[in-house]
Design a protein around this ligand. Structure first.
Ligand SMILES: [Zn+2]
Length: 498
């Protein structure tokens, strides 16, 4: 089914968007939320399970203290209040990959609430209010076998892996984000990107979106421009990259507007995001009054973090992101525009790590925002998910600086590393990319160039040193770009006795 979409500019002329984001963060604790099983997804299916996370009768859960600590640190970093006393609740629903037939979550007593995060979009700040951040457990994972798509439709049978069941999750929910207007897609993207940066700085999760450690659900509604009301929302589930968050918001804005302007109404439902086609499709209908029959979990004692502990944890928080950006900009000597582009591209942490690996700030910025940003656009993946590390980038820059490769050859080294051909040094070796700086080989090429361009050589002899560029070009051509240009220039001037 093809959706009718309204052109984006027309959407904004008639409607105000309201955004809402729910982000699930999978914590990197050693054990699960309520039992001692390893909190590691993957490996042999159903090897990391026990009576508690399988929901067997009589099994008793115990809260993972480290997970509570991570939840509080996330909450504090998001400027939230921390509950003095809160309980877990049972969220009752049936799903084959949820063995207890309820999810242990938090309902009306979240551990963190009433916070905010300032999000930078192109130098403008949007304050995103955080309604709550609560603790819960992940479900298992179903695998549908025998169909073409991996979805349940058309499958022969399904398998369930409970290794993931019970891994600690923190769900972070925003209040409706209003007033973003045309920037709503970018605000959504920037919020998720900045939240990920914060989670990484806290060290509480691997935070890989492509691995599902960090999953975003994107809520969107439109209201007639200036009406000040909230429209009916849709919730697009499990959007798994920053750019997809932006695209999903844009798509839903255009889809909602086309329906509303045609006199239709929006169905309140969850929707699936399709990375390949960039569209959303209908999932299941969802009403606000959906009855999960929540009730306080009777098998767990309440969580009552002492104020002393909360303050102690406040002392472990990483630098505030706004302060950090200002500090880094000063340290690196970036202009406002350079800094804004770096943050906007989601490259701040990558540039920082590349500099820590020894690259100069401008070189680190140049590669991540140039060559690598181009690749991430072409491949449709976020920079952080490209198969190259900051250490690789720093190494390639070092190879440029010690004249093993020039800028042009360095691009081929990037290509090789991204193609999985090995480390930068291995790629240089395998592809034979090192520039020639050996005087014997270069000298012969210089002699050829001088012989083939007597007029140019005469000019240089007469003192017009600038003309050497033409001879350097001829040598580079003969050496297929693999000559050390600096040394070639020196040889030309020596041979012509300037
Ligand atoms: Zn277990």
């Amino acid at each position: 089914m093809t959706e009718t979409l309204m052109p984006f500019d027309d959407v904004l002329a008639a409607y105000d968007p309201a955004l809402g984001l729910e982000v699930h963060v999978e914590l990197n604790t050693a054990s699960k939320m309520f039992c001692g099983c390893p909190a590691v997804f993957g490996g042999e299916p159903n090897a990391g399970v026990c009576p508690t996370c399988l929901g067997l009768p009589g099994a008793m859960p115990v809260v993972n203290g480290k997970a509570v600590e991570s939840a509080i640190r996330i909450g504090l970093a998001l400027n939230c209040q921390i509950a003095e006393w809160c309980r877990f609740a049972r969220k009752n629903y049936f799903y084959p990959d949820m063995p207890k037939n309820f999810q242990t979550s938090q309902y009306d007593e979240p551990i963190c609430f009433d916070g905010w995060m300032d999000v930078d979009v192109d130098g403008e700040t949007f304050r995103v209010e955080i309604e709550r951040a609560h603790m819960e457990e992940d479900t298992g994972k179903s695998l549908h076998v025998g169909g073409a798509t991996g979805r349940i439709h058309g499958a022969d049978h399904s398998l369930v892996d409970y290794n993931r069941a019970g891994i600690p999750l923190i769900e972070i929910v925003t209040r409706p984000i209003l007033g973003a207007g045309e920037r709503a897609p970018e605000v959504a993207r920037a919020y998720v990107a900045q939240l990920r940066e914060l989670i990484v700085a806290l060290g509480v999760s691997e935070a890989r979106m492509d691995q599902g450690n960090l999953r975003a659900d994107v809520n969107l509604s439109l209201a007639p421009k200036g009406s000040g009301v909230l429209g009916t929302r849709t919730e697009t589930k499990n959007v798994n990259s920053f750019r997809s968050v932006e695209r999903a918001v844009r798509f839903e804005m255009q889809r909602h507007a086309a329906i509303l302007s045609g006199g239709g109404s929006i169905l309140q439902e969850t929707r699936h995001w399709h990375e390949d086609t960039g569209i959303t499709t209908s999932g299941r209908e969802k009403s606000d009054a959906e009855d999960y029959r929540y009730f306080p979990e009777p098998d767990l004692v309440p969580v009552a973090p002492s104020r002393e502990w909360v303050e102690e944890l406040r002392g472990t928080l990483p630098e505030n992101p706004t302060v950090r950006r200002a500090r880094l900009q000063a340290e690196w000597g970036f202009s406002d525009l350079e800094m804004r582009d770096t943050v906007g591209a989601g490259a701040l942490g990558l540039v920082e790590e590349t500099i820590a690996e020894g690259a100069a700030p401008q070189a680190a910025r140049k590669w991540w925002l140039g060559e690598l940003a181009r690749r991430s656009n072409e491949d449709g993946v976020d920079l952080v998910d490209l198969p190259i590390t900051p250490a690789d980038v720093a190494r390639i820059q070092a190879l440029v600086e010690d004249r093993t490769v020039n800028d042009k050859l360095a691009r081929q080294v990037f290509e090789g590393v991204l193609a999985g051909e090995g480390t930068p040094d291995e790629v240089v070796e395998k592809r034979g990319l090192a520039v020639v700086s050996d005087d014997g080989a270069l000298g012969a090429a210089v002699d050829n160039a001088i012989a083939a361009n007597p007029d140019v050589a005469a000019k240089i002899r007469d003192g017009k040193v600038a003309a050497a560029g033409a001879l350097i070009g001829a040598v580079m051509k003969e050496m297929r770009g693999q000559a050390d240009a600096g040394r070639v220039r020196e040889l030309i001037l020596e041979k012509l006795a300037v």
